[in-house]
Design a protein around this ligand. Structure first.
Ligand code: MTE
Ligand code: MO
Length: 385
């Protein structure tokens, strides 16, 4: 059967693979809304979507070494815990893989079932997620957690397992941290999750790499770091030194699209995009744009007013949309570059985000095993004669 939203994704993005189903959203489509609608959010599956019929009777098994295992249905969770809502970006670790290859010369250290060379900036979206706070649920179900010393918690991890057999872990300290705002999410943008996005319940870990946001949750277990492939082999930092958790500060231009033609007579171009703090401590402060390869920068207008006042404890994990009309350097100036093939000179638009802690998105980011590229986003434009 076809999951609701799939037909929409077929129209609005690129299908990276059919089985497992994987899509990347067209970036111009991403620019259209503050909250990415369900049919537009990229899909990244490692296995077929499990057929789950029920929401209220869907069971999650909670395991801790110290205490007895507990099976709770979503109906029971609903009776015991208040619901919370968080607006957060969801981003795949492989997003911007093509930019990473351009900057660093190599791709991801294994991107299952996909061709990472072509992945642009569309394995990204922003949505309003709601469900039960993971810290609330764990602390209530396992009261002995509150007697554990900080060091003991630091040694523990939380393994999240999906009905499809995909599983991975996060440090228990992230799951228990109030300001991490982790959810057992049942809804996206006010509606039940669709099958492709994890119906009836998924982990939604704001600011944490997509790979850890396990869908179709069946089991949540406190214990050792997962030794499964998606923690021990894939989705790791440079040299496979450690699992990736936090997303970096990032921004991307969503319009115009790479390779867009600009009339030579134009002296300015309207630019739109998004910036997000990832897992950082500070929210976005500003976004800057350059049309002369970084010689000068123009400040964009950021639409902070669109970001809702959710009941989160931590910094905003939503993206901020920005726009600007960027002045182009005069034709024939050095900043146009030398791409003078077939009479079509090139120009580039660059963008970078700056957070309230003064952190600036880097010009080119260090290889992270080929994942999580966050160098300046560079969009080549063709100026027609
Ligand atoms: N959870 C399960 N159970 N199975 C999966 O294949 N893929 C992960 C994560 N959670 C996956 C999963 C990866 S790599 C990403 S990027 C996100 O889900 C994608 O979430 P989305 O498909 O809702 O956009
Ligand atoms: Mo991912």
């Amino acid at each position: 059967q076809t999951a609701p939203g799939r037909e929409e994704s077929r129209r609005t993005g690129a299908i990276l693979s059919e089985l497992p189903f994987q899509t990347e959203t067209c970036i111009s489509e991403l620019a259209a809304e503050f909250l990415t609608p369900k049919g537009k959010l990229y899909v990244r599956n490692h296995a077929p979507v499990p057929a789950i019929e029920t929401s209220a009777d869907h069971m999650i098994t909670f395991v801790s070494e110290q205490e007895e295992e507990l099976d709770l249905t979503l109906g029971q969770l609903q009776g015991r815990f208040p619901r919370h809502r968080i607006t957060s970006v969801l981003q795949c670790t492989g997003n911007r893989a093509a930019d990473n290859i351009a900057a660093n010369g190599y791709g991801t250290s294994g991107f299952v079932g996909g061709d990472s060379e072509h992945i642009g900036a569309g394995m990204l979206g922003n949505a309003s997620w709601s469900g039960y706070r993971l810290d609330d649920v764990l602390r209530t179900l396992f009261p002995s957690l509150s007697t554990l010393a900080t060091e003991a918690i630091q040694d523990l991890h939380l393994t999240l397992e999906g009905v499809d057999g995909y599983y991975t872990s996060i440090p228990l300290s992230i799951a228990l941290e109030k300001s991490a705002d982790c959810l057992l999410a049942t809804h996206m943008n006010g509606e039940e999750l669709t099958p492709d996005h994890g119906f009836p319940v998924r982990a939604l870990l704001p600011g944490i790499a997509g790979a850890r946001n396990v869908k179709w949750l069946a089991k949540v277990a406190i214990g050792k770091e997962s030794d499964g492939p998606w923690t021990a082999h894939y989705y790791r930092k440079a040299g496979r030194s450690a699992p990736i958790y936090a997303l970096p500060l990032n921004s991307v231009i969503l319009s115009p699209e790479p390779g867009a033609w600009l009339d030579e007579s134009k002296s300015a171009v309207a630019v739109k995009g998004v910036a997000y703090a990832g897992g950082g401590q500070y929210p976005i402060q500003t976004v800057e744009l350059s049309a002369d390869r970084g010689q000068s920068w123009q400040t964009a207008t950021c639409h902070f007013e669109e970001v809702p006042d959710d009941d989160c404890q931590g910094p905003s994990r939503s993206w901020v949309r920005f726009e600007s009309v960027v002045q182009l350097p005069p034709s024939g100036s050095g900043a146009r570059g030398s791409g003078k093939t077939s009479g079509a000179p090139l120009t580039e638009l660059w963008c970078r985000a700056i957070d309230k802690g003064g952190n600036v998105q880097p010009e080119s980011s260090l290889p992270q095993g080929g994942y999580l590229y966050n160098g300046y986003h560079r969009v080549p434009l063709v100026r027609s004669l």
